[in-house]
Design a protein around this ligand. Structure first.
Ligand SMILES: *Cc1c(COP(=O)(O)O)cnc(C)c1O
Length: 377
């Protein structure tokens, strides 16, 4: 039987909560389920304000709007990441200054940040790839020294930690995704913006509500609501929030399952290290969240062969992220620096199936096939 790369997990109560949302007669955003999710997530993270959004991409766009970026303002971000990390800031006309990965892990090299800061730099956008924390000590020190805002792309990072503290609470702002490929989903698409800097909360509410002070109006803080700023429509519908609520109620179960799968991969594939195959490298300051498991092959040819080998055995493994600095859209705009490690991960990294419902016997089949490919069985 085919083992897919990913399979969205249903906890079972999603449809009941969706029905509740439908019957409540309130389908647009900011209803009961949205509030429930936001309050629960605020408590879980210990963050002053969480706003559900229609996607992780939207959460990043909302963050970029909050920055009031001007054309040619600069933003530091990794090259090895999903396009949304970049488009949110490109939309505001920012110049993207891509930072290379490191030999040890796909996350960007925080030690390069200081030398890339210019008088036009406004923000740093660390991506917690695979739910493994970036080096927030160095990042926050550079940000503080140069008066920059830190926006965590925590799209993959729900449940991940930095020095014991939840990812998504380390920058002024953090964007999470509830896309169906992430640990929990809001019914396919969804996200949230975490606002850790209290002075940004009021404006974030306005930008998310089409530039109106509607949120303040409903709290009785203003007599009528008005158009007060730029903005867009970033609120998810209640049925998405209802779906997410069902998943959040089972978050501990989901995370535990995924952690078990991750730990088994890590243990059973350790022996590949001796052959020069890379395994996820979780630094001491971080705890990962069972989001994804990857191997780093020795070459792109080897990776293609491994993926084909697994495919012949009905196992779907994938690779991802063509480096953004070399992308068709940005190559001609990039400042020309070589970013060899971003290219290395784009060429050599492979992701193995990891989803909540993956059964132990299926995982064993995957592990055996990988070991067979490397002839260590
Ligand atoms: C998934 C993801 C996003 C985008 O989230 P969506 O909810 O799909 O818009 C952004 N950045 C990273 C690193 C992601 O993995």
């Amino acid at each position: 039987m085919l083992i897919p790369f990913n399979k969205p997990f249903f906890v079972g109560t999603e449809t009941r909560y969706i029905e509740e949302a439908v019957r409540s007669g309130k389908l647009s955003g900011d209803g009961m389920f949205t509030r429930r999710c936001e309050e629960w997530l605020q408590a879980k993270l210990g963050a002053p304000r969480v706003l559900l959004t229609t996607s992780g991409t939207d959460a990043l766009e909302l963050a970029a709007l909050l920055l009031n970026l001007e054309p040619n303002d600069e933003v530091l971000l990794p090259s090895f990441t999903f396009s949304s990390t970049a488009t949110a800031f490109a939309l505001r006309g920012a110049r993207l200054v891509f930072v290379d990965s490191t030999a040890n892990r796909p996350a960007f090299d925080a030690d390069q940040l200081d030398s890339l800061v210019t008088p036009r730099t406004r923000a740093i956008v660390p991506v917690h790839y695979a739910g493994i924390s970036c080096d927030m000590t160095t990042i926050n020190a550079v940000a503080e020294k140069n008066n920059l805002l830190v926006i965590e792309d925590a799209a993959q990072a729900l449940g991940g930690r930095f020095e014991g503290k939840p990812l998504g609470t380390q920058g002024a702002l953090a964007a999470f995704s509830f896309h169906e490929t992430k640990n929990v989903t809001a019914g396919g698409e969804g996200g949230m913006l975490v606002i850790n800097e209290p002075s940004l909360v009021a404006r974030a509410e306005v930008l998310r509500e089409k530039g109106t002070n509607r949120a303040a109006f409903f709290r009785g803080e203003v007599a009528k609501y008005n158009w007060v700023d730029v903005g867009s429509s970033f609120l998810p519908a209640e049925i998405n929030a209802a779906f997410l609520w069902a998943q959040l109620e089972k978050l501990d179960f989901i995370q535990q399952r995924r952690q078990e799968l991750w730990a088994r991969y890590y243990k059973e594939l350790q022996s590949l290290n001796a052959f020069g195959i890379g395994l996820p490298n979780v630094p001491d300051y971080s705890a990962q969240n069972g989001h994804l498991f990857y191997l780093v092959c020795r070459s792109s040819t080897e990776r293609t062969a491994l993926i084909d080998f697994l495919k012949q055995r009905d196992i779907t493994a994938i690779f991802h992220y063509q480096p953004l600095h070399n992308s068709p859209y940005y190559a001609s705009r990039h400042d020309g620096r070589e970013l060899p490690w971003a290219i290395y991960y784009a060429d050599c990294l492979v992701r193995l199936p990891l989803y909540t419902e993956l059964e132990a016997s299926q995982q064993q089949r995957i592990i055996s096939a990988v070991l067979e490919f490397y002839q260590v069985l």
